[in-house]
Design a protein around this ligand. Structure first.
Ligand code: C2E
Ligand code: MG
Ligand code: MG
Ligand code: MG
Length: 280
């Protein structure tokens, strides 16, 4: 309401901010119950090989079908879960579900692609993280499971925290989990982590792809980033591919894999299962 806004900007913003704050505390009061009622769903978005145009993987992404609040996207609740710590429980739920599903598909002979799961930076500083991951690995196997950590997860407050996180990453890799650096190029990374962590996959952020649209200088940046990933022995994937032109540009720069609406939006598990039968 523009008129109201102009007449009394302070009042306008207060009402909106209060609504947001109320929604956020609502989320917090419902989180635990939602987890036990299994309101969080694992959706899958396909990843493609840019050369063969075949589905070679998927990313697991959370959706919340809340009895009280309706259908929610991660952007509406993940920030709150990050600040109140609940994200670690949700991540374990997601990862456990994915590992269970992959194992089940393997035993029943259904088609499988490697699945990546997002891991909050909070895990890095959590005491029981490695023990829990070891249990999951022993029970389900770490094959075909990739862990995505955003670039900003490696922005540490102290040298001790950095050392510990590097140790955790090495241990995870040792257990057989593949490691991916997510949203690469979107923040200000400490590039020395590229050498300090056994990373398997570089996942280039969608913002770089958008910035390269028709801009020669950013195209050069994108191409050199792909080369950098390869020079370090990583598989390179770009997120947010929506057009054939973007796909062709990335392919010409030697990018290995792609993810985006061009190939498929995130979809519920059953839907992804039939998708796989047709696109693998
Ligand atoms: P992300 O890990 O970078 O995931 C990619 C996001 O980009 C997803 O948004 C996906 O739907 C969206 N996307 C994919 N292709 C395209 C495209 O072609 N165009 C556009 N415009 N967008 C595209 P989503 O599902 O809303 O997830 C947002 C973020 O929430 C994720 O970003 C991730 O950081 C976080 N997240 C999602 N699930 C989890 C989870 O289980 N645990 C944790 N810790 N974070 C999660
Ligand atoms: Mg991700
Ligand atoms: Mg990403
Ligand atoms: Mg992203």
């Amino acid at each position: 309401n523009l008129a109201l806004h102009e007449a009394n900007p302070i009042c306008f913003y207060n009402a909106e901010m209060q609504q947001k704050a109320e929604f956020q505390s609502r989320i917090e009061s419902l989180q635990q119950g939602a987890l036990s009622r299994k309101e969080f769903e694992v959706w899958y978005q396909p990843k493609y090989d840019l050369a063969t145009r075949k589905c070679i993987g998927a990313e697991a992404l959370v959706r919340w079908r809340s009895r009280e609040l309706g259908f929610l996207m991660p952007g509406q609740f993940i920030p709150r879960f990050e600040s109140n710590g609940f994200i670690t429980q949700l991540d374990f739920y997601m990862l456990t579900h994915v590992m269970e599903t992959v194992k089940e598909r393997r035993t029943t002979g259904l088609p499988i692609v490697p699945v990546s799961v997002n891991q909050s930076r909070l895990h890095m500083q959590e005491k029981n993280y490695l023990a829990y991951m070891q249990r999951l690995k022993t029970y389900y196997g770490a094959e075909d499971i990739e862990l995505e950590l955003t670039e900003t997860a490696f922005d540490f407050d102290t040298p001790e925290m950095r050392e510990h996180a590097l140790h955790v990453m090495h241990e995870l890799h040792e257990m057989g989990f593949r490691l991916s650096i997510d949203d690469f190029g979107s923040g200000y990374s400490d590039l020395t982590i590229l050498n300090a962590i056994p990373l398997d996959v570089m996942k280039i952020d969608r913002s770089l792809l958008l910035a390269a649209n028709g801009a020669k200088r950013m195209q050069a940046v994108l191409a050199r980033m792909i080369d950098l990933g390869h020079a370090l022995g990583m598989t390179v994937i770009c997120e947010g591919i929506e057009t054939r032109e973007q796909e062709e540009m990335l392919r010409s720069y030697g990018c290995d894999h792609g993810q985006g609406y061009l190939y498929g939006k995130p979809m519920p598990e059953a839907e992804f299962s039939s998708f796989l039968e047709q696109h693998i």
